[in-house]
Design a protein around this ligand. Structure first.
Ligand code: BT5
Length: 324
């Protein structure tokens, strides 16, 4: 089903302004003309504006800024990530869906993405604001053959990928605040939530949730986060294509993931530190066991944050909220 849709779209894009007849499309996609007609209708529902002229055929007039499967697939250059794409218009949380799919044996690289989340969440069940049609709300399933202790490193892999993808698509230079915040001009543009399905000695699935603010204006954010949140379009001053960002992001995650599996965490760590905001600075880390103040030294080979307090003691921080 989706390969036919992909072939139809690709052919329409390649023919650009020229019309393609239903028969030509049927030949290219290897299906009947009735099937082509159904796919055209589905594409219209996704927001593609397709002109149909009798005796001439079809051509594309406009493509939507959507994050549907077809929109993401077209132009995606990955080997395994995104081979399965589950798109939904509105969900409670893509994370929940990904958990269910992962338990049901979803393959590595499965992507769950939605136009809107009504109960998006951050760490410790905090709320993640995910307004309709404005951001990237996605969860990616990976199945690395690794022990569960390695899981936190995937938050850092994802953070580096997010920075690189944003740099590739915009002129912006985001920074990473350990462990999971991506900031632009000190405001949060992306949050990452890495969750795990594991046995005591091995990971079954890692679910990387990424929430990226793309085309929001200030008014899209509720009052309580207006001061701390930003979007790519606020910072860049133009609207951006969400599907293109998803494509670049998946490509970056794939490249870094494969680097990590080949060479371990060291090259990732170096990249991560080059984007990190707080290394060398005085910071305050609020953990569930209390607050630690000191100088951030860097991260360990496990991805754990090291802070040196005024007495010279070095603390290893596994999970915290950081104030710079
Ligand atoms: C995070 O948590 O930053 C992880 C966010 C992960 C969201 C993705 S979206 C796709 C997938 N499905 C989900 O349900 N979740 C994942 P944390 O570090 O706990 O930060 C949460 C805090 O960020 C909130 O308490 C707010 O202060 C702030 N916040 C909420 N929504 C925001 C937004 N859209 N932009 C910036 N900050 C936000």
């Amino acid at each position: 089903q989706s390969t036919i849709r992909k072939k139809v779209l690709q052919a329409l894009f390649e023919s650009d302004q020229e019309f393609l007849s239903g028969q030509a499309l049927a030949d290219i996609a290897g299906c009947s003309r009735t099937a082509i007609w159904k796919h055209i209708e589905e594409l219209r529902k996704e927001g593609f504006v397709l002109e149909a002229v009798r005796k001439k055929g079809y051509r594309i007039i406009e493509t939507p800024d959507s994050v549907t499967e077809s929109k993401i697939r077209l132009g995606l250059q990955t080997r395994t990530l995104g081979t399965m794409i589950h798109y939904e218009e509105s969900v409670l949380s893509t994370q929940r869906i990904a958990h269910t799919l992962a338990s049901d044996g979803a393959e590595e690289g499965t992507l769950v993405i939605a136009d809107e989340q009504t109960a998006g969440r951050g760490r410790l069940m905090r709320e993640w604001h995910s307004s309709k049609g404005t951001g990237i709300w996605m969860s990616l399933i990976l199945k690395p053959h690794l022990p569960p202790q390695k899981a936190p490193q995937f938050t850092l892999i994802a953070a580096v990928a997010v920075v690189q993808a944003i740099e590739e698509v915009t002129g912006l230079h985001p920074q990473i605040k350990w462990p999971n915040d991506i900031l632009i001009n000190g405001k949060k543009v992306t949050g990452i939530l890495t969750e795990l399905q594991a046995e005591s000695d091995k990971i079954n699935s890692i679910i990387i949730g990424i929430g990226m603010n793309v085309n929001q204006t200030k008014d899209h954010f509720p009052d309580e986060i207006q001061k701390i949140a930003t979007s790519l379009s606020i910072e860049e001053g133009r609207t951006l294509s969400r599907s293109v960002i998803v494509q670049r992001l998946l490509e970056r995650i794939e490249a870094l993931y494969s680097l990590y599996m080949k060479e371990g965490f060291t090259p990732i760590k170096l990249l991560w530190e080059s984007y990190a905001i707080s290394i060398g600075k005085k910071i305050r880390a609020r953990t569930i066991n209390g607050t630690i103040e000191g100088r951030a030294l860097g991260i360990t080979d496990e991805g754990v944050l090291k802070i040196e307090d005024s007495g010279g003691t070095i603390h290893q921080i596994y999970s915290a909220d950081i104030e710079v």
